[in-house]
Structure formats: structure tokens, C-alpha cells
Ligand binder design. Structure first.
Ligand SMILES: Nc1ncnc2c1ncn2[C@@H]1O[C@H](COP(=O)(O)OP(=O)(O)OP(=O)(O)O)[C@@H](O)[C@H]1O
Ligand SMILES: [Mg+2]
Length: 369
């Protein structure tokens, strides 16, 4: 970089010196000719002045030309980089051979193994079965592999070993578009665009009408919340604008919007990676209600950071270091004093996972910022 930078600076300075030098030379010649012609009585003092001032007028356009050549070079370098980016082939191959069934989808992980890099196994022989319409609560410390599960299910990465089945089909045989259309993924940190609430929910799709969005929001019990938003100059409600990165929205509010996005897709499987920050009671209640309506008639995988969310789960999975260390029906585990889940319920999720909550809150603040 130093070498390229030095070459670029030298080229820039040389052209600058050359154009300034040429300009100075032009001045000198103009002034000389003017003086000579005036001295010989061939022109008036006014004409001599004009010759010099015309030369001065040349300076700006020449300087602009030089700058534009520089900009052109910047632009062509950037275009080359964009080209490189587009030329990259994703490791995940899209090979649609089968279509997902309609309605709630089953999910099965069969001895799934995955690593992000050579260093450590993020997913170590995970086996899990979720029936259509069932709701699974996933618990575990920070870094135990909970979000990895969502990324694998959405096929952002392919497994190194084992199989993931959705609706009975190996997800490598399902088209990526089909898979991602039928699975709604609500991530821990929600992407908010600098646009109206409407565009943020419909993701700029003109095919989704305002009425449809309003219905979704009403069904989730969020309509009053959206309606109450002040929009400044643009008007409130759906038309109120959000700032890039969700500035001015709390983590809970971001998730509320993500629920509405998910609801609009009418998915067969909802994967919810709950925001781990503390919520105010009002938002918490809204979220609970919205989760309930979002999951109605659908299969759900909920990565929970609050006990209240786990309470709606049919079964519980506890992750540790990329492995499932406990898996069973919620009522059974809740009654078994030997189970980890029982202990979690006794001391409270917050305390049990306390080792990591402090760190998570710091992370969440970053997200909010
Ligand atoms: N993109 C990545 N590249 C390399 N390693 C990663 C990547 N994403 C996650 N990991 C690692 O994989 C492991 C599992 O991470 P994961 O995000 O699934 O944790 P988590 O259980 O969701 O944690 P949290 O409760 O904080 O959300 C961690 O050790 C993490 O450092
Ligand atoms: Mg996570």
C-alpha cells in the first residue's frame, strides 16, 4: 500500500507541478508579449491587460481537468473491485431439485457437523427433530452455537458433515429462494434501512400493498404502536421514516418490525433469535403477544433469552460448545430436578446465563449505536 500510495502521490504532484509550471510559463510569455507589443506601440494598455487576464482564465479549467483525470482513475479502480466482488462464487450451490411442502414444516438435524474455520468446531454432531407445528426453545451460553443453527438452517453455510432436513427434504436439494421464502428468520440484530416503516416492512417490494401491511401489523397487535409514531414532515404511521441501522429504535422495537416482516412472508417455519437485551415492560408485552400470533399454525425454533419466551415451547434444547447437552419435552424437564432446565428455572435464566449476559449487553449496545 505504501508503494502504491507513494506512486500515486508522486504522479499527482508531478501533474500538479507540471500544470502550475505551464501556467506560470504562460503568464510570463503573455506578460512578455504584451509588454513588447505595448512598448512597440502596436497595442493599447487595455489589450495587454486582456492578454494576461485571458491566460488567468485558463487556470481553473486546466486544474479541473487534472482533478477529473484523478477521479476517473479512482472510479476505474473501484469498478474493478466491484467486478471482483461480483465474480466471487458462493460456496453454497443452488441446485433446486424439490419443492418444500406447504403448511408448517418439520425440521431435522442429523449428526450435523460444521466449523467456520479450522480452529474450532461450531457444531459438533447435532441431532434434533422438530415436528410440524412444534415449538422448540433453544437455550445456551454466548458462543454455544445457537445463532449458528439459524445460519445453517437458512443455508448461509453448508454443513461439513451430516444432513439438515426441512419438510423432510435435504435442504441442499431445495432451491435457495424457496427455502428462504418459506423460512422466516428473525435475527438478534435487525437490519433497518433509511426509509419509511412501510418500505422497511415490505423490503421495498411494490407488490405488497399498504392494506396487507396494515393487516399484518394488526394481526400482530402492532398497529397502534406504528400509528402512534410521529413522522415529522413526512407524516406518521407507515410513512414515518426510520434512520439507518435503527437509530432511535430500541432493540425490542427493532424485533417488533422484524416480526412484521416475517409475518408478511407467511412462512412455514419461524426461526427467532431473540434480542438479548432487557426490554421495557410495555415492549415486552407487545413482543410476547406478537410472538404468539406469529407462531400460530407454524413450526417455531426460538432462541430464547427470557424465561417467558421459553414457556411457550413444547420442547427444550440446551446447547453447550456446539453440542446438545439436553433435549426433551419442556414439562418433563421442568419437573425433573436432575435436568439443567430445572436448575435454570430455579435460579432464573438471567442468573444461570449470567456469565455471558454482561458481555451480551455490551454487544447489544454496539448494535443499538
Ligand atoms: N462468522 C464466524 N466466523 C468464525 N467463527 C464464528 C462466526 N460466527 C460465529 N463464530 C463462532 O462460532 C461459535 C458459535 O457462535 P454463535 O453465534 O452460534 O453463538 P450464540 O450461541 O448465538 O451466542 P449468543 O448467545 O451470543 O448469540 C462461537 O465460538 C463463535 O465465536
Ligand atoms: Mg447468537
Amino acid at each position: 500500500m505504501l508503494r502504491s500510495y507513494r506512486t500515486a502521490r508522486i504522479a499527482s504532484n508531478v501533474t500538479y507541478i507540471a500544470s502550475s509550471g505551464l501556467h506560470a510559463l504562460g503568464y510570463a510569455i503573455g506578460l512578455g508579449i504584451g509588454a513588447w507589443l505595448y512598448g512597440a506601440g502596436r497595442i493599447s494598455i487595455g489589450t495587454a491587460y486582456l492578454i494576461v487576464s485571458y491566460i488567468a482564465l485558463l487556470a481553473d479549467p486546466l486544474e479541473n481537468l487534472r482533478r477529473q483525470v484523478q477521479d476517473l482513475q479512482h472510479a476505474s479502480a473501484s469498478i474493478a473491485r466491484v467486478g471482483e466482488l461480483f465474480a466471487q462464487k458462493p460456496d453454497v450451490r443452488d441446485a433446486p431439485r424439490a419443492a418444500l411442502p406447504s403448511g408448517p414444516l418439520s425440521v431435522a438435524f442429523e449428526d450435523a457437523t460444521f466449523r467456520y474455520d479450522e480452529a474450532n468446531l461450531a457444531f459438533d454432531g447435532v441431532s434434533l427433530r422438530v415436528e410440524p407445528g412444534e415449538i422448540v426453545g433453544v437455550l445456551g451460553r454466548t458462543g454455544s452455537g445457537k445463532s449458528t443453527l439459524t445460519r445453517l438452517l437458512f443455508r448461509l453455510y453448508d454443513l461439513q458433515g451430516g444432513v439438515i432436513r426441512v419438510g423432510g427434504l435435504d435442504i441442499r436439494d431445495v432451491g435457495l429462494a424457496d427455502l428462504r421464502d418459506r423460512i422466516a428468520l428473525v435475527t438478534q440484530d435487525v437490519q433497518i434501512f433509511e426509509a419509511t416503516i412501510r418500505d422497511n416492512l415490505a423490503l421495498f417490494s411494490p407488490r405488497i400493498g399498504d392494506a396487507q401491511i396494515e393487516n399484518a401489523l394488526r394481526a400482530l397487535g402492532l398497529w397502534e404502536w406504528v400509528e402512534a409514531r410521529q413522522g415529522g414532515l413526512e407524516g406518521g404511521g407507515l410513512q414515518s421514516r426510520l434512520a439507518l441501522g435503527g437509530l432511535g429504535l430500541s432493540a425490542g422495537e427493532g424485533q417488533l418490525l422484524a416480526f412484521a416482516r416475517a409475518f408478511l412472508k407467511n412462512p412455514g417455519l419461524v426461526v427467532l433469535d431473540e434480542a438479548s437485551s432487557r426490554l421495557d415492560p410495555g415492549t415486552e408485552q407487545l413482543l410476547d403477544q406478537a410472538v404468539g400470533r406469529l407462531l400460530r399454525g407454524r413450526t417455531g425454533i426460538i432462541i430464547a433469552h427470557r424465561l417467558r419466551t421459553v414457556q411457550r415451547a413444547d420442547s427444550i434444547v440446551i446447547f453447550e460448545n456446539g453440542r446438545i447437552v439436553e433435549y426433551g419435552r419442556r414439562e418433563v424437564l421442568a419437573r425433573d430436578p436432575q435436568s439443567r432446565f430445572y436448575r435454570l428455572l430455579q435460579v432464573g435464566l438471567d442468573e444461570a446465563l449470567a456469565a455471558d449476559t454482561a458481555q451480551e449487553e455490551v454487544e447489544d449496545e454496539h448494535v443499538a449505536v
